[in-house]
Design a protein around this ligand. Structure first.
Ligand code: NAD
Ligand code: UDP
Length: 335
């Protein structure tokens, strides 16, 4: 079985390529390297000891997609390619609408043309907006609070319309909670070049002294210790969820959405304290004001994914914190 992975050199895509190759799938990757590095291709090969074809290019480039589908008999696609920075999407919404929507529509048109109608799509828990209650189930109302989230919800709607129009399509919409951590090898992981927006990459850069101090955005939330609560999921568990999603789309028809989370909520302080203790390192922090748009707490009810995909997260926050730090230590050593 040959799987096209768009955005396959990115954070979640690279871990998913490793799991696909380890499971015996053939892999073809397209990535424009707008948010990842070419070295990742060799790292994936090093971890798996397997080869795969990499195309440097854009998913909005229809001719390139056609070339890829002509050169390979693609059985299914996992579509990660897209921009993901919430704050930036508020500043430059058109960049987000153009890239996330155009890349997806172009991909879907080419898949249709080549009669490849099996897809797993990277959505996000952000499509639940401010949930009324917790844990979050897939049938909760959908709404968004920023342009990035709106691109995800618009794409979900496009996919539901597409599946309605043609019952040959088989689509898994995967709503990720908060992926963190890295592959055990320390060869792939998340290490943004810019100042990170997300919690774990920021903690890591404070631990390595690249940044001075973590700002904890508010300690007056309605949570166990006042700091925000999220459902952190190890990126390797998340990657394994994609294998199950691909198995599902290869055998069934229709469209369905699945929460990929652990079902456990941890506060910012719990993450910081766990990181400090498992890595035996200090993390300077101060409490600051709330970040606009943040919600108190967000965690999944992951039971639907367990029932339908036979998937559940296995790794805990100790591993997530250890592996995130291990990757960056290893990465900085090689620089
Ligand atoms: P990432 O930025 O590390 O990976 C995305 C990859 O897509 C990058 O390598 C980038 O170079 C590539 N890309 C972007 N636009 C492209 C285009 N037009 N053509 C070809 N390649 C393109 O991000 P990630 O964390 O691995 O996220 C993967 C997907 O999961 C994204 O769609 C993201 O929105 C979604 N997601 C991520 C999170 C998260 O917290 N990381 C949470 C929910 C959903
Ligand atoms: N957070 C924080 N300081 C940071 C980054 C994040 O206190 O520098 C908090 C944030 O307010 C939220 C949690 O950490 O409660 C997770 O934030 P992240 O941006 O990683 O994910 P998201 O908000 O998208 O769930």
């Amino acid at each position: 079985m040959k799987i096209l992975v768009t955005g396959g050199t990115g954070y979640i895509g690279s871990h998913t390529c490793v799991e696909l190759l380890n499971e015996g799938y053939e892999v073809v990757v397209i990535d424009n390297l707008s948010n990842s590095k070419i070295e990742v291709v060799d790292k994936i090969k090093e971890i798996t000891n397997k080869d795969f074809k990499f195309y440097e290019g854009d998913c909005c480039d229809k001719n390139l997609l056609i070339k890829i589908f002509k050169e390979h008999k693609i059985d299914a696609v996992i579509h990660f390619a897209g921009y993901k920075a919430v704050g930036e999407s508020v500043q430059v919404p058109l960049k987000y609408y153009r890239n996330n929507l155009d890349s997806t529509i172009t991909l879907l048109e080419v898949m249709n043309e080549f009669n490849c109608k099996k897809l797993a799509f990277s959505s996000s828990a952000t499509v639940y907006g401010k949930p009324k209650s917790l844990p979050i189930k897939e049938d909760f109302p959908l709404s968004t609070t920023n342009p990035y989230g709106t691109t995800k919800l618009m794409i979900e709607d496009i996919l539901r319309d597409l599946a309605k129009s043609d019952n040959e399509w088989s689509i898994a919409i995967l709503r990720y909670f908060n992926p963190i951590g890295a592959h055990k090898s320390g060869l792939i992981g998340e290490n943004p070049n810019d100042i990170p927006n997300n919690l774990m990459p920021y903690i890591v850069k404070v631990a390595t002294k690249e940044l001075e101090c973590l700002s904890i955005f508010g300690n007056d939330y309605d949570t166990k210790d006042g700091t925000g609560v999220r459902d952190y999921i190890h990126v390797v568990d998340l990657a394994k969820g994609h294998i199950k999603a691909i198995e599902k789309v290869l055998k069934d028809k229709g469209v369905d959405a699945y929460n990929l989370g652990t079902g456990n909520g941890y506060s910012v302080l719990e993450i910081v304290n766990t990181f400090k203790s498992v890595n035996d390192i200090d993390v300077n922090y101060k409490i600051t004001t709330r970040r606009p748009g943040d919600i108190d707490a967000c965690y999944a009810d992951p039971s639907y994914a367990k029932e339908k995909l036979d998937w559940e997260a296995k790794l805990g926050i100790d591993e997530m914190c250890k592996d995130a730090y291990n990757f960056v230590i290893n990465y900085n050593k090689d620089e």
